[in-house]
Design a protein. Structure first.
Length: 276
């Protein structure tokens, strides 16, 4: 049975975060004339308690901390909805990303919470925008927290190491095409993706070429870690153990890229001067 006395330190950090408190205060001011269902602190706590009860009754196994974090942040974008016309779930993602980072939530935990706030499932509409916001918050938070910034700082999307992405890939919501789009706004490229063992070498080469083009044109770091799984087909799963996790075998397009790859050559650097 789950221990209800879980560490809620990070949830308390959310409640005391300056941006969170300011957002709640703005919502309360903007909703002074609202007759019912105000989106105040009591409403958010009530939502958290009801969600946690549902979690226990259905034996979902979601941690109390994650439920409370998502519930406390799910309506935090109401102020942006009222003042700027931004849908409240999109505003919630925008505000929640830096708060979660400051309060010590990992990228994987933040993705799961942001998914609950604004995106139905990783891979659905809005995923790329939510990832861009998360990456932006990670980078800006790192710059403010350090006098010397180097190396890679940002959001990564290794499929085999993230439960949310694994579930979305198994459901067919998250595809290699969508992951490729996400690499345009995150810190790296296609990462830890299992593909059928009989995938032609030319197809893998073409996927690498696509990613190289994204990196070259956008002047960003990128890479490709595809995992051809011998004897496995779409829907199977490979287990790598430890931090590498497990990966669902994802489909690739069946169309041949052999002629394109046979041409050889390289991805040319863009002419930046033409943008002036």
């Amino acid at each position: 049975m789950e221990d209800n006395r879980q560490d809620m330190t990070r949830v308390n950090r959310i409640r005391n975060h300056p941006l969170y408190r300011e957002s709640l205060h703005n919502i309360e001011k903007l909703e002074q004339e609202r007759i019912f269902c105000g989106h105040n602190a009591q409403h958010l706590l009530d939502t958290a308690r009801l969600a946690y009860i549902e979690n226990l009754e259905r034996n979902l196994g979601i941690s109390k901390e994650m439920i409370y974090a998502a519930a406390l942040l799910h309506d935090i974008g109401r102020g942006l909805q009222y003042t700027e016309g931004i849908p409240h779930h999109e505003g919630g993602v925008k505000l929640a990303a830096p708060i979660l980072k400051d309060c010590g939530f990992t990228d994987a935990e933040s993705e799961e919470i942001l998914e609950a706030i604004g995106v139905g499932q990783c891979g659905g509409p809005g995923t790329t925008a939510a990832l861009a916001m998360l990456n932006d918050a990670v980078k800006k938070g790192g710059v403010m927290a350090s006098g010397h910034v180097g190396g890679l700082s940002g959001a990564f999307i290794p499929v085999s190491e993230d439960e949310g992405m694994i579930a979305a890939a198994l459901d067919g919501t998250l595809t290699i095409d969508k992951l490729e789009a996400m690499t345009c706004v995150c810190s790296v490229g296609l990462d830890m993706i299992a593909v059928p063992g009989d995938t032609p070498a030319e197809t893998i080469s073409a996927i690498i070429a696509d990613e190289a083009a994204i990196g070259m044109v956008n002047n960003k770091t990128t890479a490709v870690r595809l995992l051809p799984a011998p004897g496995k087909t779409v829907g199977d799963r490979i287990e790598m153990g430890g931090l590498l996790g497990s990966a669902p075998v994802m489909p690739v397009h069946p169309e041949s890229s052999a002629d394109f790859i046979a041409r050889g050559g390289r991805i040319p650097a863009p002419l930046h001067s033409l943008k002036n």
